[in-house]
Write a protein that binds this ligand. Structure first.
Ligand SMILES: Nc1ncnc2c1ncn2[C@@H]1O[C@H](COP(=O)(O)OP(=O)(O)OP(=O)(O)O)[C@@H](O)[C@H]1O
Length: 459
């Protein structure tokens, strides 16, 4: 039904009167997936990963800047006006917020009938009959056609929004966060309705969601999106039971469990999705990745290694601002002094001071080490490299710091962006833990134990 290859949506960043292009927001950056007839695919990821942009681009509501979308074997980008119109009828988008997607001045019947009118159904009584029939299929009474949007509950409005999408009898529905604006009890009803609609009408459904629970309930297959790319893809059971990408593991681990005694999960996600105007080099998840790979000759504790890699990413991106960090520590110190009379004992001698006297300002190196929670390393050579790099950043020479860190703390995760490839489990993941590099980079320390990536997980 739908084959998406290398889908790209870049927005230019322009400057000056001549609107010179100075950069690009890579909201969607080479996305591949397929959707079969009657199948439901979930596209998941945190806010800002590019899911909605991918949906709009594949429907050509926003023209993609690269890649191809084939619908029933034909390339949508090459459609003439007439075929584009037919495509619009056969592929519908349902948005998250049913309230804002209805014109408050129109009755529900008028809104649902609008697409019929646009696509040439001129007879009002036929339109009315089709609208009533479609409303009933989505579990609403036909009489709802005469109500106004404000007279409907959130769940009723979402049913009406689905009716409006289904009224033209489409083959493909893209539902962007179809239940996230609804109460939990209503969510379950809409999920059940969507399931029924898919099987009754042999619809292909693409569900965009940040909610793993919704995707698990509704979808046959899932594609996990991070920073404009698909990082894992496969059948829902397989991906959710045996996630192979550290990002997917983190998403799965973040799903709340109903058991209050449950052990805290080892895969908490820290930090934010990267700015799509400035993705980090290599694997875009590496600054947040608990399983980021160590070079063969390193034997650091994985958490320490991870903190150094996150620091390296911040230095490379020019994000370490020594002055701002010193001010932040000063503020912290003054707050701590007011309440507990001292600062965190982990700060070094610059900052440690008598509780009764005002603390001297911390040095820039102290502030940097504290902000990035940089460890003291047993490995003398690397310890000294880290100190030299911190000194270089604190004196404003981030480029030199980058070079030192690159030499002393190399990782394939920064060198190369892994492509999506089959894992031992069969479904695909884009992670250096799966692939040829695994042979050359150290394996056991890559997350076994602390990161939770064990050889049995990979088998
Ligand atoms: N028109 C635009 N111009 C520039 N940047 C944009 C534009 N539209 C989206 N973006 C950026 O693209 C990135 C992806 O946005 P998108 O809305 O697709 O993410 P999402 O995963 O759907 O998140 P959410 O669930 O919050 O909508 C964001 O960083 C966003 O700021």
């Amino acid at each position: 039904m739908l084959t998406v290859r290398g889908l790209e949506k870049h927005y230019p960043i322009t400057e000056g009167l001549l609107r010179r292009e100075v950069g690009r927001v890579r909201a969607v950056d080479g996305v591949d997936f397929e959707l079969r007839r009657g199948e439901t695919l979930g596209l998941i990821g945190e806010s800002g990963c590019g899911k909605s942009t991918a949906a709009r681009s594949l429907l050509h509501l926003d023209e993609p800047t690269g890649g191809t979308v084939a619908f029933d074997g034909d390339e949508v980008g090459e459609f003439d006006r007439q075929r584009r119109r037919r495509f619009r009828r056969r592929a519908q988008l349902v948005l998250q917020n049913p309230t804002s997607s209805f014109d408050p001045r129109l009755t529900i019947g008028e809104s649902v009938a609008e697409p019929l009118e646009i696509h040439g159904m001129t007879d009002a009584s036929t339109r009315r009959a089709v609208v009533e029939d479609t409303l009933e299929r989505t579990g609403l009474q036909a009489s709802m056609a005469d109500r106004y949007p404000h007279e409907l509950s959130g769940g009723q409005k979402q049913r009406a929004a689905l009716a409006r999408a289904l009224v033209l009898d489409p083959d493909l529905v893209v539902a962007d966060e179809p239940v996230s604006a609804l109460d939990v009890s209503v969510q379950a009803e809409i999920i059940a309705l969507l399931r029924r609609l898919v099987s009754t009408f042999e619809l292909s459904l693409l569900v965009i969601s940040h909610d793993m629970g919704v995707v698990r309930e509704l979808c046959d297959r899932v594609a996990v999106m991070y920073a404009g790319e698909i990082v894992e893809r496969g059948p829902v059971e397989s991906v959710f039971e045996r996630p192979q990408h550290p990002y997917t593991r983190a998403l799965v681990a973040a799903v709340p469990t109903p058991d209050p005694r449950a052990e805290p999960r080892p895969f908490d996600l820290h930090g934010d999705v990267p700015d799509p105007a400035e993705f980090p080099d290599g694997c875009r998840f590496h600054p947040r990745c608990p399983a980021v790979i160590q070079p063969p000759d390193a034997d650091l504790q994985q958490r320490e290694w991870q903190r150094i890699v996150a620091f390296r990413a911040a230095v490379d991106a020019g994000q370490v601002d020594p002055e701002a960090l010193v001010s932040a520590v000063e503020v912290d110190v003054s707050v701590d002094t007011d309440t507990s009379g001292g600062i965190d004992a982990s700060a070094d001698a610059d900052a440690a001071s008598d509780a009764s006297s005002p603390s001297p300002p911390p040095s820039a190196t102290t502030a940097i080490r504290a902000a990035y929670d940089l460890p003291t390393l047993d490995d003398d050579e690397r310890s000294s490299a880290l100190s030299t790099a911190v000194d270089a950043v604190s004196s404003g020479d981030a480029d030199h710091a980058s070079e030192i860190l690159e030499d002393a703390f190399p990782t394939v995760c920064i060198r190369e962006n892994p492509s999506l490839r089959p894992t031992d489990l069969g479904h695909a993941a884009a992670c250096h833990l799966h692939g040829e590099v695994r042979e050359t980079e150290t394996e056991a320390k890559n997350g076994a134990g602390e990161s939770g990536v064990t050889s049995s997980d990979e088998a």
